[in-house]
Design a protein around this ligand. Structure first.
Ligand SMILES: Cc1ncc(COP(=O)(O)O)c(C=O)c1O
Length: 422
């Protein structure tokens, strides 16, 4: 048996080199594989391709930047125009007033950076004892050691222990449980509460009504920081630029990545609000000992600036609200039929939860056979859809028709047949 030279992420290392789907090009929401087959990208790759595939404007902005300045770092006293421009743009767009931006290469680095900034901030503020991180069951916060330690997905933690101490996962939907966790660990020991506003990889779970504001209040009461991981929800997916706008709750730190460049080049970062930046800026000689060589690479910043220009000019956050409502209107009637036990989501981030008799993996495979890429979430037997924000009405209908066919096919072969599961 031969395995591929690539050690694929989130895949079985023992899997043979055959049967991988080689994507060769894309345009809008449409992808093509090496055999010339067409697929509708129902997931914006891994939630990131907001502006759609094949945007020449972004490619040209990157190419032009690379011809001007390939790269130079911004450690210490070095700076460059693309990074300055993007930081100013993000500070303006971001839901936190008077913020600065720390750049990273990915969402995972953004989360680990936010954790470090939270601890460093408290320490600079004379509260070095604030070291505990509270997060939620079902939360996905990337793959670095910090993000894995606060992860609420057991499968993503199991292989890598011992993880960081003082990282506690709290029941997903209960504000009381979070309040109890704060009391148990001591309000003056909590560095931050970290949450995705809408849990994505954990199964597409919007927050209960008032939950995020409740976290904000709890943090204000005990002096902890509120960190929103907006790696998926940032840049329009819920129908507003950020989930913080959508829910009207302002965090102290906000992590972003993915749709900031629509994935054309890797870039992430942390929007650092006035509390933390104030602590870090308060002593003139203080040196922040953190940052990545390529973080905020000029070519990535050029991609982000061009991408944000597209999102803004084409009003894609607004479009996501309309397209999301259309997609949801097509999903809702499936509830109770062919194993669909739940329909949930917000904006252009929607999912169906399935009865155990109807394996979500089979539905995703049946969708793929019909030319539609859906996202399998095995931990909660769900299928998620999060297409590029440019998706058209006809393409939404294509997803819904493929899903209808896929559910009928899988339900018919499920134990007990389609009769048993409606
Ligand atoms: C909410 C959230 N945070 C962090 C990450 C990690 O981002 P990356 O894969 O860019 O490291 C992801 C990735 O899907 C995510 O969904």
């Amino acid at each position: 048996m031969t395995v591929p030279a690539i050690l694929h992420p989130f895949a079985a290392p023992a899997r043979e080199a055959t049967g991988y789907l080689e994507i060769v090009r894309g345009e809008g929401c449409v992808l093509e594989d090496a055999a010339g087959r067409r697929y509708l990208d129902g997931t914006a790759a891994l939630w990131f391709c907001a502006a759609g595939h094949g945007r020449r404007e972004i490619a040209e902005a990157v190419s032009s930047q690379m011809r001007e300045l390939d790269a130079f770092h911004t450690f210490g006293s070095f700076t460059n125009a693309p990074q300055q421009r993007l930081a100013a743009l993000l500070a303006e767009l971001a839901p936190i007033p008077d913020a600065r931006v720390l750049f990273t290469n990915s969402g995972s680095e953004a989360i680990d950076s936010a954790l470090k900034l939270a601890r460093a901030g408290h320490r600079a503020n004379g509260e070095a004892g604030r070291t505990v991180f509270l997060s939620r069951v079902g939360g996905y916060h990337g793959v670095m050691l910090g993000g894995t330690s606060i992860s609420g997905l057991p499968a993503n933690r199991a292989q890598f222990g011992p993880l960081l101490a003082e990282c506690v996962q709290v029941e997903r939907s209960s504000l009381d449980a979070m309040r109890e966790a704060v009391a148990y660990h001591g309000g003056d020991r909590i560095a931050a509460i970290v949450t995705e506003p809408v849990q994505g990889a954990g199964g597409v779970f919007p927050p209960p009504d008032g939950y995020l504001q409740g976290l904000r209040d709890l943090c204000d009461e005990c002096g902890a920081l509120l960190v929103f991981d907006e790696v998926i929800t940032g840049f329009g997916r819920l129908g507003s630029w950020f989930a913080s706008h959508h829910y009207g709750v302002t965090p102290d730190l906000l992590t972003f990545a993915k749709a900031v460049t629509s994935g054309y080049l890797p870039l992430g970062g942390v929007v650092v609000g006035p509390r933390v930046r104030g602590w870090l800026e308060s002593e003139e000689g203080y040196l922040l000992a953190h940052g990545g060589t390529y973080a905020g690479h000029p070519a990535c910043c050029a991609a982000a600036i061009a991408n944000l220009g597209i999102l803004s000019a084409e009003r894609l956050p607004e479009r996501a609200a309309t397209a999301g409502a259309r997609l949801r209107a097509g999903l809702d009637p499936l509830l109770g039929s062919r194993g669909v036990a739940d329909v949930r989501g917000e904006g252009l981030m929607q999912a169906i939860g399935l009865e155990p008799e109807v394996p979500a993996g089979s539905v995703v495979a049946a969708l793929l056979a019909r030319g539609v890429i859906g996202r399998l979430i095995p931990s909660v037997n769900a299928v998620a859809f999060s297409p590029p924000l440019v998706i058209s009405e006809a393409e939404i209908v294509e997803i819904l028709e493929a899903l209808d066919g896929a559910l009928t096919e899988v339900a018919a072969t499920a134990p007990g047949g389609s009769g048993r599961i409606g």
